[in-house]
Structure formats: C-alpha cells, structure tokens
Design a protein around this ligand. Structure first.
Ligand code: NAD
Length: 392
C-alpha cells in the first residue's frame, strides 16, 4: 500500500454511540499524526454513509457509493451500525464484508496495564486472531424445518446418499462449507502478519477430530500452505523440538494446531504459549469474544476486516442504543481499530503515540464508566474527556 502524506480516508459515523466514539477516535488520531510528523502528514476524513444516517439521507441503508469509496481508497473505518429489521438485509456488516470480500476478521487481544480482568495473569495475553469471515456455518446456507427445500434436501440425503435420518419433516438443516481456497488465503494472511511482526507462532484452531472434512481439512490445508508457500520461513512444532531443541530459530514462525475446545482452556491457562491464531468462522467468533473479555471487554475490543485489496477497521461492539448521544461510552475500542489502520498504512510512529496515550490514561485511572466501575480510585469521565486525556 502506497500512502500519500495527506490520504483521503472514508469513514462511516455509525448509528447509536457512533456519534460519540467516531469523533473522539478522529480527534485522537489527528493529534497523534500531527505530533508524530510535525504537521507533514494529515488524514483527510471524508464521511460516507451507511445505516440510519444513510437511510435518512438517501433512502438506502447501504448506498453503492459507500462501498465504492472503500474500494477506491483501499482503507476505511466504521462506527457500529444498526441491523435493519425486515427488508431482506441480514446485517449491514455482513453485507459490507461480502461485497468487499473482506475475508479475514483480525482481532488483536492484549493487556493494557491497569485494566480490570477476571484472570490471574492478564499480562500474558498478547494474541492476534485471524477469523475466516465468509464461509463455515455462517455462510447462510440453511433451511427451516418443514419447508419444501429442507424436506427435499434431507430426503435426497436419506434416499440417494444412504444417510440415516428420521423425522425429516421436523428437522432444520444447515450446510458448513469450508474450502481450500478460502482456508489458504486466510492462513496466508495470518502467516504473513506473523512474519512481518516477528510473531513466534501461528496456531490452526479446529474441531477436525469430529468434523474431519471441514475443520480437519482446514488444519491440513493450513499446514500445506505453510509448507508450499512459506517452506523456508515456517517450521512445525515437531521440527521445533526435534531439530531445534525447542529454541525457535530467528525469522521462522512455528506452525501448530489445537482442537478448539482445548484451545479455549489453553487460552486461559497457558496464555503465553499462543501468538497468532487462524480460525474458521464459528470457532473464531467464540474464541475472539472469550479472549477479549479477559482484557477489558467491549470498551476495548477492536478489530479489522481485511481482504486482498480493501481493509475496513471497526470496533467489536455495537450501537449500544441506551447510551447513544450521552458522551458516556468508551472510545478506546474504535480508537485502537484506528491504531490498526495507522499500522496498516505504515504510520507506525503515530500508532505508537496513540497506544502510549491510551496506556497513560488507563494507568492514571482516567476512564469511562465501563472501566471506572471496576477500578478502585478511578476518575470517571465522558467519551470526549477521555479523548482529551489520551491526547494530553
Ligand atoms: P452492543 O455492543 O451495542 O452493546 C451491549 C452493551 O455493551 C451496551 O449496552 C453497553 O453496556 C456495552 N458497550 C458496548 N460498547 C461500549 C463502549 N464503547 N463503551 C462502553 N460500553 C459499551 O450490543 P447489542 O446491544 O447486542 O447490539 C445493539 C445493536 O448494535 C444491534 O442493532 C446490533 O445489530 C448492532 N451491532 C452492530 C455491530 C457492528 O456494527 N459491528 C456489532 C454488534 C452489534
């Protein structure tokens, strides 16, 4: 990605608390960029519309221009969006991901000193999860029990494929597609990231012991890709012990795999043994939320949706309607998504400054309500005042 000094970055304000957190994030990023580059660089923010603001302005929930802007400028950032009820749209977020083919949902999970945490050693948590975002049971291939489609499909399975099925009329059915192409492009992104950021390992997380031809294939294709495309830069866990006595050679990433349920335990008990994780969609959903809850929860949890061409950055949380417009919620999640965007652009100096600012505000216990209520002696501030503290 070649980034000019004054790049145009499209942003979606977002519904609900979007109008609280998005301006706070922009102010913090602007201040950091200004300071890091003495005014030589500057983000030119351009608002594009989606969600309720788009509906009010254009009558559409997700105008084509919005998607075109992300395609044209390669990066963008978005606040949370309300999912419209009815009207045939499952979710605007899913629609954006599908249209732009943002197949990797990337979620860093690490501890900022001072954050409240339910675990004993939160400081050991430092992982980046790459969740496949386009297939698996979330592909939306499912039929309600009793519909002609469900009955036809199940009857075919029973009569033509010899599958043992009862009560066909009262059985809902879904399909779990996991493909070689989509697995490999996800794992490729995870390995590249690990190599670029000098991360120690990439763990393939799967339920291949039960679902051999989907989750098991995910594991096998992941290892195959590592061998085929990164043969010199990756080693397996066995090689690490047999050839290198457990000492990872510089510049090499260790490929491992873990069964998903075991992984969830290890995430909590052997936290420091894991680094980058690559996961199919459903495992990724569960694990990323569970991991984020260990280190600050929704006010902190941040991420990005990354494809081969376009990347869109967003917080994990939704629109939290009951807090909308009240200057109460935590802008850290969206701001850390903004930090990921700065790093994606290669503006690491500015990204570092934002991280420092957030760490300092949390260390000083100047925090929003969600953290203040869990931190003894904290000063509870509003969204805008928290942004001021970070900038300061
Ligand atoms: P939510 O994340 O909006 O809110 C759940 C609760 O988490 C809030 O009531 C609040 O207590 C807390 N919370 C969330 N963000 C916070 C922050 N920044 N600071 C402090 N506390 C915070 O989840 P929900 O209530 O299930 O969903 C509300 C709406 O958001 C729905 O319409 C849903 O579809 C949508 N949603 C959108 C996205 C997205 O745009 N990526 C993600 C999730 C949900």
């Amino acid at each position: 990605l070649v980034v000019p000094d004054k790049p145009i970055i499209p942003f979606i304000m977002g519904d609900g608390i979007g109008t609280d957190v998005t301006p706070a994030m922009q102010r913090i990023l602007d201040a950091a960029v200004e300071k890091a580059y003495n005014g030589a660089r500057k983000i030119v923010w351009v608002e594009v519309y989606a969600g309720e603001r788009a509906r009010d302005k254009t009558g559409e929930w997700l105008p084509d221009e919005t998607l075109k802007a992300f395609e044209y400028f390669y990066v963008g950032i978005k606040g949370p969006l309300t999912t419209p009820v009815g009207g045939g749209i499952r979710s605007l977020n899913v629609a954006i991901r599908q249209r732009l083919d943002l197949y990797a949902n990337v979620r860093p999970v690490y501890y900022i000193p001072g954050l409240p945490s339910p675990v004993k050693h939160p400081e050991k948590m430092n992982m980046v999860l790459f969740r496949e975002a386009t297939e698996d049971v979330y592909a939306g291939i499912e039929w309600q029990a009793g519909t002609p489609e469900a009955v036809k499909f199940l009857t075919f399975l029973r009569d033509e494929m010899g599958v043992n099925l009862d009560n066909i009329e009262a059985t809902g059915v879904g399909v779990k597609p996991i493909s070689e192409f989509k697995t490999k492009r996800l794992v490729r992104q995870a390995i590249r990231y690990a190599l670029q950021r000098n991360r120690s390992s990439v763990t393939l997380v799967h339920k291949g012991n039960i679902m051999k031809f989907t989750e098991g294939a995910f594991r096998d294709w992941g290892y195959e890709l590592a061998r085929e495309e990164f043969g010199d830069q990756t080693i397996t866990e066995d090689e690490l012990w047999e050839k290198y006595n457990g000492e990872r050679p510089a510049g090499k990433v260790v490929m491992k795999d873990r069964i998903a349920d075991n992984m969830l335990q290890q995430l909590l008990t052997r936290t420091d043994e894991y680094d980058v994780l690559a996961l199919p969609n459903l495992n990724g959903d569960y694990l990323s939320d569970a991991a984020a809850a260990q280190v600050g929860g929704l006010g902190i949890a941040h991420g990005a949706n990354i494809g081969d061409r376009v990347a869109v950055f967003e917080a994990v949380h939704g629109t939290a309607p009951k807090y909308a417009g009240q200057n109460k919620v935590n802008p850290t999640a969206l701001t850390l998504s903004g930090v990921m965007m700065l790093e994606h652009m290669g503006w690491d100096e500015a990204a570092q400054l934002v991280r420092k600012g957030i760490a300092a505000a949390i260390q000083d216990k100047v925090v929003t309500y969600d953290l203040a209520r869990q931190m003894e002696g904290a000063t509870k501030v509003g969204t805008a005042e928290f942004a001021d503290a970070v900038i300061e």
